[in-house]
Design a protein around this ligand. Sequence first.
Ligand SMILES: Nc1ncnc2c1ncn2[C@@H]1O[C@H](COP(=O)(O)OP(=O)(O)OP(=O)(O)O)[C@@H](O)[C@H]1O
Length: 275
Amino acid sequence: MSDPSFTTDVPPSLVEARDVRVSLQGTEILHGVSMTASPGEVVALMGGNGSGKSTFVRSIVGAVPTTSGAIDLFGTPASPQARARLGYVPQRITAAGGVSATALEVVTSGLLGSRERDGRVGSRLRGLVPPRDAKARARAALASMGVEDLAKRDVSRLSGGQQQRVLIARALVRKPRLLILDEPMAGVDLESQVAFSHTLGHLKEDGVGIVVVLHELGALGRHIDRAVVLEHGCVTYDGVPPKDLGVHALPGHDHDHPHADPPVRDGSSLGLEAP
Ligand SMILES: Nc1ncnc2c1ncn2[C@@H]1O[C@H](COP(=O)(O)OP(=O)(O)OP(=O)(O)O)[C@@H](O)[C@H]1O
């Protein structure tokens, strides 16, 4: 990677969440969630519908406030500046936000410095000046997702899966050291999943830390180093991805039988070592 900040001064964890609690509209959704991701590590965040995965990643990126606990990014307490340095692809986002924009413009907007929190990017395009090599970098990011040929297409007219690939390219264009993806494979065909799996492998080699919300390991499975399973806002598993993780991730699974690895409730007890 060409960004010098990418390879120097690497902290032990790119993200470390400790005992994070989040309440929404008076209801506690996360009841003390801990998790870490280190450089070059891919952590799958799994669990049934409504278990709190999106809320947790939204707390990391600052889209929802925490009521207690701590989140460190790049070795320091999370701040808007630190959050601006991570790549984030939210779940079910609108690529164009109702404004006409080409895929190339959407990806280029990822270089503009400001970060939106809800994924609507079109309104942020006007009046901001991207770096001189922005187009080349945006094209390279589109190519890494296998959608360079969509560069001049209006994103609002692309399919859901194509929009998703454009938005992942947008998160990649800044070469973030930490990438957070909320169900990036939803609505993406198998060919594109395989293409993204290759990209993920390269990012790993480059030392990028990746937190990815997934319902199934699927095409990304071979790159997943660790799985963190949430149930009802609590971590019920944090360890190597067991083969039968799909069962463990089901809502209502009672965990009365032995796991492939003992479940832990505190990521700090995993013995994950800083590289
Ligand atoms: N803005 C909100 N206000 C109130 N409750 C919310 C809000 N957003 C989410 N919730 C609730 O928080 C819980 C966790 O939701 P979340 O979207 O984090 O789950 P998830 O694990 O990502 O689910 P899925 O797999 O379906 O995407 C759910 O019960 C949901 O109804």
